[in-house]
Design a protein around this ligand. Structure first.
Ligand SMILES: Nc1nc2c(ncn2[C@@H]2O[C@H](COP(=O)(O)OP(=O)(O)O)[C@@H](O)[C@H]2O)c(=O)[nH]1
Ligand SMILES: [Mg+2]
Length: 454
């Protein structure tokens, strides 16, 4: 998601930066392009108008034209307004959802059929279990679709979270009551209720969800919507919110090629925040929606924090922290690369990782296109493993005879070794660039880096 928008905004800002001095007309022209880019990304017209209006107002107020780096200032303003648009003013729940209620905290999942409710229920359960150390119970109230309850039971086994035993023929309201009793009796912290969807919004669906809500008194009523449905997702959210009182949105299939307009319009149109996003089919493919990070991602600044966090789950935390510190300092040697390669393997391939790196166009494409498979990663690790410690610290030492020795030692060819060195140099360049941004100054400096691209 957001790729095309990111590309277009990048072009607009690149041009702006090249100008040096900016007239008010330049800013207006750039804003017209931003407006087109947003509309093409399928952002609601009213939201686009409001957004560009705010940016313009802020730009005028901050005297962009007279500032030393006007292009940068415009991008900073766009970034800040994006954060705002995505709901940045509100605090984000640490667990991704609101758990501030007496146990068992009830979370009700609603949405259309196929939007990803059942999958997301299991994802949330896994997240609460592993990160928040919560005792979770899941119950499926979907008595409509054949085998829907079994689907949740299977997922429950997979993520090792309890599901309410299935009683054949029991109706949704009765299941809700039994689930509550069971959760109380067993001292559960959180009860997740997965409900039946429909193909369209209908009165029956709403009535059923309302009846369940009346019984279960949920702290969160999460509407699950599919990002691929574009503006329909926003209209749907508005309708559900009016009728049911939704507390948050989960947007699924963000890993697809949705243009992202729905994500950008959601908050402004429905008044409800996106709380979580589904980034894949696997149970761990769920992320907290953090406006500042998403805004940075849209503006091509990458999501270093997300990257490091994801790494932290697959490697020991101190190793991840070490890498984060190095990234910030812009340090990166072949030992670091070997440890990155190991992580990439553990994190399940490059595609997930690359989406989070700053958008340094060609390299990203090159790496993504390379379809790096496990064998290649292992070979690269072997090459690094055949180097001496000193060589790993200083790649410049690698002359022809050393390369031959390394190729022999790792059962590869000199070309393989050269390819690895080249890739290392590219990664190293990314890391240095990221490092220059520093942690605190990421927002501001990141803009500069964005501008310096190409
Ligand atoms: N790629 C991708 N697929 C998803 C995501 N969330 C759910 N799905 C898939 O969408 C399909 C429908 O999901 P399901 O949870 O059964 O939908 P429900 O009818 O609302 O319960 C399944 O094949 C899921 O694997 C996501 O974030 N990304
Ligand atoms: Mg389902």
């Amino acid at each position: 998601m957001f790729e095309s928008l990111t590309g277009k905004l990048g072009e607009v800002f690149d041009r702006l930066r090249k100008r040096g001095a900016l007239s008010e007309a330049d800013v207006d022209a750039a804003l017209r392009e931003v407006r087109v880019a947003l509309l093409e990304a399928d952002v609601a017209l009213s939201v686009v108008k409001d957004f560009t209006g705010r940016v313009r107002l802020a730009a005028v107020g901050q005297d962009v034209i007279r500032s030393v780096t006007p292009g940068q200032m415009v991008v900073k303003i766009v970034h800040d307004q994006l954060v705002e648009l995505l709901g940045g003013g509100q605090p984000v729940d640490e667990a991704g959802i609101n758990l501030r209620a007496a146990a068992p905290v009830v979370v009700l999942m609603v949405g259309l059929q196929g939007s990803g409710k059942t999958t997301t229920t299991a994802k949330i359960a896994l997240r609460l279990k592993t990160r928040e150390r919560k005792k979770v119970l899941m119950a499926s109230l979907d008595t409509r679709r054949p085998a829907a309850q079994e689907q949740l039971a299977v997922l429950g086994t997979q993520v090792d979270v309890a599901t309410l035993p299935i009683v054949v023929g029991e109706q949704p309201e009765a299941i809700a009551r039994r689930a509550l009793e069971t959760a109380r009796r067993e001292g559960c912290d959180v009860l997740l209720l997965d409900t039946a969807g429909r193909l369209h919004i209908d009165d029956e669906l709403m009535a059923e969800a309302r009846a369940i809500g009346a019984i279960a008194a949920p702290t969160e009523t999460l509407l699950v919507v599919d990002a691929m449905t574009g503006q329909d997702a926003v209209n749907l959210a508005r309708a559900f919110n009016e009728q049911l009182g939704v507390t948050g949105i989960v947007m699924t299939r963000v890993d697809g090629d949705a243009r992202g307009g729905a994500a950008l319009s959601m908050r402004a149109v429905t008044g409800r925040p996106i709380k979580l996003i589904g980034t894949g089919e696997k149970p761990d493919a769920l992320e907290i929606f953090q406006p500042d990070r998403i805004a940075s991602r849209i503006l091509g600044m990458g999501d270093i924090v997300g990257l490091v966090e994801r790494a932290a789950e697959t490697v020991e935390r101190d190793e991840a922290e070490k890498i984060a510190r190095k990234l910030q300092k812009g340090e990166f040697d072949l030992d670091d690369m070997a440890s990155q390669l190991r992580q990439i393997r553990r994190m399940g391939g490059l595609s997930g990782v690359m989406g989070m790196l700053p958008s340094i166009g060609q390299i990203k494409q090159k790496l993504a296109g390379a379809k790096v498979d496990e064998r290649v990663l292992r070979r690269q690790e072997a090459i690094i493993g055949s180097m001496t410690r000193i060589e790993r610290r200083n790649v410049k030492l690698l002359n022809a005879s050393r390369k031959r020795r390394i190729a022999g030692g790792s059962g590869t060819s000199v070309e393989d070794v050269n390819r690895l060195i080249k890739q290392y140099m590219e990664m190293s360049r990314i890391v240095k660039q990221v490092g220059r941004m520093g942690q605190k100054g990421l927002a501001r400096q990141g803009m500069a880096a964005l501008m310096r691209r190409h």
